[in-house]
Design a protein around this ligand. Structure first.
Ligand SMILES: Cc1ncc(COP(=O)(O)O)c(C=O)c1O
Length: 392
């Protein structure tokens, strides 16, 4: 039998993947052993050996989130899948969901919550700022939400949101706290249990340094109780935590097939979590902070300013840098890319106004900070005619 369409010509050639230094907003470069783990032989999704690896991953995620929560696992999907899973399990139609918007991630959470039929309320801050405790409390009093969403690391603006104390406020006002740590976990201190965070998710491809495709997530007891008390079914079968919790061995029932786990991605995630566990969270937090400080010092020598004027509001993992007048941001990132170094532009409200430099996981080293500073300086020099830089 003849086919209607011929095989695509492009697939007759070998795949070509250049090696680049990924100093943008993610993914970051993965360690060799993490990449190697992804090429180990496949196992079936319920084979004993694979189930053991899932158990290791679960413990690694508990450590990374600093939690003893049983309902802790990796969603098969990227950070957005973690966000969607958190929201669709928690939200029932007309639940009031309060979303902190100081960049694109609050906007996306509000969009997703809206699609779940929530009554979405927002508190907003200009790009480069975070929410103060008094503002959060006032909004909790005003809106009486069932759920509060905050991004610990707002990667579109390079801002960190203090989370300590917010969980206690949420408990006081009968609200669940949901935190996005996609751009912060491993680079900023985070204590799920100590800070009374009810749900948290992250992504594999930033500080954890695994390939994109898995999203660690954890639900605390109050979140589990809200899911158990639902009057309506969870809108998504794929993200249903009752099914996923069973598949990940979080209940007392035998594990059942729900979906075929991305086997190779789970291997890679295990090895990335092992790297973090071996380094120790405190060391990882310090390393990221020191590299961020080195970057900020280097930027000052180039007369470049971070977007966040308050040093305490600056995220360790991703620094947003204001594009100076007279400089075309795009030519700079294009020039950097020609040197095989990725520097990201802005996103959403910051598009065209900033560059974003990520120092995440394997890329948070003095040597890589110096490299990205040199590339940035050279790229700005080659892209501008205006004498904007002292050192350039
Ligand atoms: C804070 C934050 N949340 C969510 C996401 C979405 O993650 P992904 O692109 O892996 O879906 C990102 C990605 O950059 C992020 O920085």
């Amino acid at each position: 039998m003849a086919v209607d369409y011929q095989p695509p010509e492009c697939l007759s050639k070998p795949i070509e993947v250049p090696s680049k230094l990924l100093m943008g907003a993610g993914p970051s470069n993965a360690a060799e052993n993490v990449l190697r783990a992804g090429s180990l032989p496949l196992l079936g999704h319920l084979h004993t050996e694979f189930v053991q690896i899932m158990d290791d991953v679960k413990q690694g995620i508990q450590y990374a989130f600093q939690t003893k929560n049983n309902l802790t696992l990796a969603i098969s999907g990227t950070g957005h899948a973690g966000m969607e899973a958190a929201l669709c399990n928690l939200i029932e139609r007309n639940d009031v969901v309060l979303v902190g918007i100081n960049g694109i991630w609050g906007e996306r959470a509000a969009d997703m919550a809206n699609r779940q039929g929530a009554d979405v309320r927002t508190i907003t801050k200009t790009a480069g700022e975070n929410f103060k405790m008094g503002e959060i409390e006032a909004a909790l009093v005003q809106h009486k939400p069932a759920i509060l969403f905050l991004a610990q690391g707002e990667s579109s603006t390079g801002v960190v949101q203090p989370i300590e104390g917010v969980g206690a406020l949420c408990s006081k006002y009968g609200c669940l706290l949901l935190v996005d740590t996609v751009a912060s976990l491993g680079g900023e201190p985070f204590y799920m249990d100590r800070w009374q965070v009810d749900v948290v998710y992250t992504g594999s491809q930033k500080v954890l340094g695994a390939p994109p495709g898995t999203a660690p997530i954890s639900f605390g007891p109050r979140a589990v109780a809200k899911i158990a008390a639902r009057k309506t079914p969870i809108s998504s079968f794929y993200f249903d935590m009752n099914w996923l919790g069973n598949y990940w061995g979080c209940d007392s029932q035998p594990r059942k097939y729900h979906h075929t786990a991305p086997i190779s991605s789970i291997y890679a995630l295990r090895e990335a979590l092992a790297l973090l566990a071996n380094e120790g969270l405190e060391n990882s937090w310090n390393r990221h902070r020191q590299c961020r400080d080195r970057l900020i010092n280097g930027l000052a020598k180039l007369n470049l300013k971070p977007l966040a004027s308050d040093h305490a509001a600056r995220l360790t993992c991703i620094t947003a840098i204001q594009v100076p007048d007279g400089v075309d941001w795009k030519s700079v990132t294009t020039h950097a890319m020609s040197m095989r170094v990725e520097i990201a532009g802005g996103l959403g409200p910051t598009a065209g106004r900033i560059w974003r430099v990520g120092l995440m996981g394997q890329n948070a080293t003095d040597e890589r900070v110096d490299r990205v500073l040199d590339v940035l300086a050279e790229s700005i020099k080659s892209s501008t005619t205006a004498p904007v830089m002292g050192r350039l």
